[in-house]
Design a protein around this ligand. Structure first.
Ligand code: MG
Length: 385
């Protein structure tokens, strides 16, 4: 049995909601939910969360109904993250909250939309999706009478801000001294729950991109055999089920791959924690990243990632829609910048117009962006039926 398989009380290195560093605007505790459970519930009820169902990463929303969306991706990250958290005696509620919120700041049209918005905002303070996820939960959601945003706990916000350029970290630090950006300046680590979500994210998208890649016909099973991780579990599966083929074979390979990656993270991370003598949270933050793959699995996961990059994300068919997506976002940006009244009045009224335009576009679903682009330019590109 793997360490902590039965769950149990939180480990000394887990985040305890009773010792949370609190919210930006103090609020009374909820009667039946701890701070992180409440964060999770606020995220699930947010507008940005509902929009994830119409936002995509690799395949665009209009290309098919069976591909992952940012919503199903976020649910898969939460599921994988919670499984690992339980075994490591980390806080499952915090992992779930971070996982469900980690992609809230993503633009429409996946990586392509994000790259385009980055280019548009290069001269206006930049655009980073992790920072945007934090902006969504800190500022952009409008649900509560007393404050902007969702007023989440420090630990959830810290996990959401996975990466951030140093200049942005300095800006946040100036507003919020010793807050969620301090670790980028001090070069320390976030909580183990936050570290776990990063790895769960990687495990989830590598696996589901294989699935979606094969389903779309852009990747073949034969081609996937070049990837040692896939070949290994394929061989193992066929040794036990020689007649298995088609989708059921692919599912079984992915299932085994996911399980072994989860067990690998639990074992490697437990060993790293043990080597530090069961550290407390302060020691965890000062140490190098402790949630990890074994060296072998790290190499295999990286090889899979490189394969997907070269063969799926750079596939000519994906590149074609990627180009169109970039055009849609760049033209939307230019259109709203010169005609802000085309945006809702609260966005149009903001003093920092480029940032208002970026926030408005980043919040769009794929199909709404396509429709707005058609309305403003008279040209039908992506998703504008
Ligand atoms: Mg993700």
């Amino acid at each position: 049995m793997l360490p902590g398989m039965k769950g149990g009380p939180l480990a000394p290195y887990a985040c305890d909601p009773a010792r949370s560093r609190g919210r930006r605007y103090p609020e009374a505790d909820a009667p039946t939910r701890n701070a992180f459970q409440r964060d999770r519930d606020r995220i699930v009820h947010s507008t940005a969360f509902r929009r994830l169902v119409y936002k995509t990463q690799v395949f665009l929303n209009h290309e098919g109904d069976l591909y992952r969306t940012r919503l199903t991706h976020s649910l898969e990250v939460a599921q994988l993250g919670r499984s690992m958290a339980r075994s490591l005696r980390l806080n499952e509620d915090l992992v779930e909250a971070i996982a469900l919120a980690h992609d809230l700041g993503h633009t429409p049209f996946g990586h392509a939309g994000q790259d385009a918005l980055q280019d548009c905002m290069a001269a206006h303070g930049g655009f980073e999706h992790n920072l945007q996820s934090l902006r969504v939960v800190d500022e952009l959601e409008e649900r509560y009478p007393q404050f902007n945003g969702l007023n989440l706990s420090f630990e959830t916000r810290e996990g959401i801000l996975k990466h951030c350029a140093l200049r942005h970290a300095r800006e946040i630090e100036a507003r919020e001294p010793g807050g969620v950006a301090a670790r980028f300046l001090r070069r320390t680590q976030p909580s183990l729950e936050a570290q776990l979500c990063n790895l769960a994210d990687e495990i989830a998208y590598n696996a589901h991109d294989i699935d979606d890649g094969i389903r779309s016909g852009l990747l073949s099973v034969a081609q996937m055999q070049q990837v040692p991780l896939f070949a290994h579990y394929s061989e193992q599966t066929l040794a036990e089920h020689p007649a298995l083929q088609g989708r059921r074979h692919v599912y079984e390979v992915i299932r085994r791959m996911l399980s072994d990656q989860v067990y690998d993270v639990i074992n490697a991370t437990s060993a790293a924690l043990q080597a530090l003598g069961e550290p407390d949270l302060t020691a965890v933050r000062a140490a190098p990243a402790l949630v990890q793959f074994s060296a072998t699995m790290r190499a295999q996961s990286s090889a899979l990632k490189s394969f997907l990059f070269a063969n799926l994300y750079r596939h000519p068919q994906v590149m074609l829609t990627t180009e169109q997506a970039r055009t849609v976002v760049a033209e939307l940006f230019a259109a709203y910048l010169s005609a802000p009244h085309e945006m809702p009045s609260d966005f149009a009224a903001r003093a920092d117009r480029p940032r208002a335009v970026a926030d408005y576009i980043a919040g769009m679903t794929d199909r709404f962006a396509g429709r707005e682009h058609a309305r403003l330019t008279g040209r039908q590109l992506l998703g504008a039926e």
